[in-house]
Design a protein around this ligand. Structure first.
Ligand code: FAD
Length: 448
């Protein structure tokens, strides 16, 4: 006889992965969900996300209200309002250096990414606020920083996952899903603290700089007007320069990524200190003196405010995304460099698969089969995206063989990469995961 009590799930981390998953799972009466988030409240960190088609498909699978929460906060790229929702837009790639440089207003991009109708961008803080509004307040606890996790056998209900927070309080659940970001504590539990893939790495030593200014300030500083309405990425050998319009087109997130500039060896070989290592490091505009004037105007803008600067890392491949009744998702499982613009999209794909599987998990004894199916389907694809994002960085910085010498090769690279990330059949991904879980159920019933 199975238990009729709801299966309780603790989600650690209330970022994009944790809140999107919670917003979907909360609708299932056979589940009891609680989100534990370390910060006391989300703050506006200003990062702009340009979500690609697979992110939107994943949100639609998570539920119309999840998709709507995003639509309510996003702006149309290119129009600045919501009236041209059907206009086709893409991230546009330009050369900003060398013989193929073409960033002037009348030029065509060398390649494009993520072409879609109604392409939008959203600030991370806005998206989090929208997702949070879908989860009842008493189901989210802020100021709860996970420090420890362990599993125990409970004589009454079987296995339980126990956890402890920095404030000394403890909790327990049938299942823990770790969406606690790149420095995940849950990852440490799953892989072991000494595992070589436990901590983020900085293979190409990328240092990124980001600032947010009003669109007026950007134009006054000489930024091409059309770059305040599109998502341009301007390439060159020191690294790339990009812009994302924010807040209904009134503000602009401008960024510069410098390859080889993150010199913090400690965070390469050992635990990265935090995402702000290198914070406030000045940006050497001289590195960009051979870039086009349009690119240099963006670099100049970013150099004025380097308070938001950090070494970006990613994860080497984890051999597994779950153990027992504990799993990880989002950046906790597969943090990637931001250059393929698909980290949040992969986090949302994870959430869509877990949501689909947990629709069928009516008893705690079924959790491991669900997590095994999730691991089998999501690990290969999300890790391929981590590898791809590294390659994006190197192509952007003219460091991937001689690809940059031939615009045709650059175009082909982005076309194929875009097909892999954005055009994936997510319904099929959900179905594949479900059939793996059902197979595992059948195997277990055959074995008694
Ligand atoms: P996070 O958003 O990092 O959330 C983790 C949460 O867990 C946080 O709220 C954190 O406070 C909490 N937490 C951490 N530790 C603990 C703990 N011990 N206990 C409890 N809670 C904890 N992706 C795209 O798809 N498109 C883009 O255009 C894009 N642009 C990007 C630009 C930049 C500059 C960067 C850095 C990333 C970009 N990404 C983009 C990637 C995207 O932001 C991440 O992949 C995404 O935010 C991952 O979501 P997450 O929920 O897994 O992790």
């Amino acid at each position: 006889m199975g238990s009729t009590a709801p299966v309780n799930i603790a989600i650690i981390g209330g970022g994009i992965a944790g809140l999107a998953l919670a917003a979907a799972l909360i609708k299932k009466p056979h589940l009891d969900i609680h989100v534990y988030e370390s910060v006391p409240a989300h703050s506006d960190v200003g990062a702009g996300l340009a979500l690609h088609r697979n992110a939107l498909k994943a949100m639609a699978l998570l539920g119309p209200e999840v998709h709507q929460a995003y639509l309510d906060k996003a702006i149309n790229i290119g129009s600045g309002d919501n009236e041209e929702a059907e206009a086709e837009m893409a991230t546009e790639i330009f050369f900003a250096h060398g013989p193929h440089a073409n960033t002037a207003a009348d030029q065509q991009p060398v390649a494009e990414l993520g072409r879609a109708k109604g392409r939008k961008s959203v600030s991370r803080a806005d998206l989090l606020a929208g997702l949070l509004s879908l989860v009842p307040k008493d189901r989210v606890s802020f100021g709860k920083k996970l420090t420890r996790i362990w599993e125990e056998d409970d004589n009454v209900s079987g296995k339980k996952v126990m956890f402890e927070f920095a404030d000394g309080s403890t909790g327990e659940a049938d299942c823990v899903l770790g969406a606690d970001g790149i420095h995940s504590v849950v990852r440490g539990y799953l892989l072991g603290e000494d595992h070589p893939a436990r901590h983020p790495v900085h293979h190409d030593k990328w240092q990124v700089y980001r600032t947010v200014v009003t669109t007026e300030q950007a134009i006054e500083a000489g930024v091409e007007e059309r770059f305040t309405r599109t998502v341009p990425i301007l390439l060159g050998p020191k690294g790339h320069v990009n812009c994302i319009p924010l807040n209904k087109g009134t503000r602009l997130s401008a960024g510069v990524a410098v390859r080889g500039a993150a010199v913090d060896e400690a965070s390469v070989d050992g635990p990265a200190k935090d995402d702000n290592s290198g914070k406030g490091r000045s940006l050497d505009v001289g590195l960009y003196k051979d870039y086009t004037p349009e690119a240099r105007a963006i670099v100049g803008l970013v150099a004025k405010d380097t308070s938001a600067s950090w070494a970006v890392g990613d994860h080497d491949h984890a051999p597994v995304y779950y153990k027992g009744r504990v799993a990880m998702l989002g950046d906790a499982a597969h943090a990637s460099l931001p250059f393929a613009g698909n980290g949040a999209a992969q986090a949302l794909e994870d959430a869509a698969v877990l949501d689909h599987l947990f629709g069928r998990v009516k008893q705690p004894s079924q959790i491991e089969a669900a997590l095994g199916a999730y691991d089998a389907v999501r690990r290969p694809r999300s890790q391929a995206v981590v590898d791809l994002a590294r390659k994006f960085g190197r192509v952007y910085a003219f460091a991937e063989g001689d690809i940059h010498e031939d615009p045709e090769k650059v175009r082909d690279f982005f076309t194929l990469a875009g097909q892999f990330t954005n055009e994936a059949d997510l319904l099929k991904q959900n179905e594949d995961a479900m059939s793996k879980m059902e197979k595992s159920f059948r195997g277990r019933s055959k074995n008694g």
